[in-house]
Write a protein that binds this ligand. Structure first.
Ligand code: NAP
Length: 249
């Protein structure tokens, strides 16, 4: 892929799971990667070591994306060590299995704060770099449930619906500055986030996926690389479904 080499890329929530796979893939393409984490500093440092071991370069920077002050500190640190940010992947997210009538207002607000405020806080921090460079790529990680809805995590689905609407709005605002903004809507991906209460529940979920299996995190990462690369030069404001066909159910 072209156009990623030499760029500074911030990947939120890249200590593990999908974010880690995206960090490794962007580093493979030649980006300097900022491995953001919330609480798992050791895991984030291991991702940095893995990137360096493969000949790339990266730094681990902690920040709770829901906290604007912490995001501003992350931005200042990134500017000190790497310079202006051209690629932002808003991946950090949390998820709770709860019926709408079981969740407290605090739980509702926490999921919205990380999944949706996080996109706002990080965009506000790094978009000015992209505008001044007249070059930028943003990829926001949504979920298939933004389209399909879900019967046990209304806050999560609402946050991802917001992420997709924000993606289209940012794409319109930033197109004049050569900044492209897209989203990816994964289905089930084999990470810590996905836990099934029973083998029966797992089989029922797999049975609903047309391709009949979960995704590997690298399958989401390769879609993110494509959306950051010159190969997707005319794509902006798009939600790319990478969910084995689950969006059609
Ligand atoms: P995961 O394995 O649970 O990893 C979550 C990552 O987000 C970790 O790196 C975690 O950091 C970080 N994080 C959590 N809260 C944060 C905060 N407040 N500030 C900064 N970082 C924070 O999740 P995943 O499955 O890779 O999911 C990644 C994204 O894909 C999420 O947006 C999720 O909604 C979306 N997604 C996942 C699936 C799926 O099936 N897995 C499906 C659709 C969409 P620490 O390690 O420090 O805690």
């Amino acid at each position: 892929m072209h156009g990623i080499k030499g760029r500074v890329a911030v990947v939120t929530g890249s200590s593990r799971g999908i974010g880690k796979a995206i960090a490794l893939a962007l580093a493979r393409e030649g980006a300097f990667v900022v491995v953001n984490y919330h609480s798992n500093r050791d895991l984030a440092r291991r991702v940095v070591s893995e990137i360096r071991g493969r000949g790339g370069d990266a730094v681990a920077v902690g920040a709770d994306v829901s906290n604007p002050g912490e995001v501003e500190k992350m931005r200042d640190r990134v500017h000190d060590v790497a310079g202006d940010v051209g690629i932002l992947v808003n991946n950090a997210g949390i998820h709770r299995h709860l019926k709408s009538w079981e969740m407290s207002l605090e739980e509702w607000r926490r999921v919205l704060a990380v999944n949706l405020d996080g996109v706002f806080n990080c965009s506000r921090a790094f978009v000015p770099d992209m505008i001044s460079m007249r070059w930028g790529r943003m990829v926001n990680i949504s979920s298939v449930v933004a389209l399909t809805g879900t019967d046990r995590e209304m806050h999560y689905a609402a946050s991802k619906g917001g992420v997709e609407a924000a993606t289209r709005s940012l794409a319109l605002e930033l197109a004049p500055y050569n900044v492209r903004v897209n989203a990816i809507a994964p289905g089930y991906v084999d990470t810590d986030m996905v836990s099934f209460s029973s083998e029966e529940e797992r089989e029922e979920c797999m049975g609903r996926i047309p391709l009949g299996r979960m995704a590997h995190p690298s399958e989401i990462a390769e879609a993110a690389v494509f959306l950051c690369a010159d190969e997707s030069s005319y794509i902006t404001g798009h939600v790319l479904h990478v969910n084995g066909g689950l969006a059609m159910r």
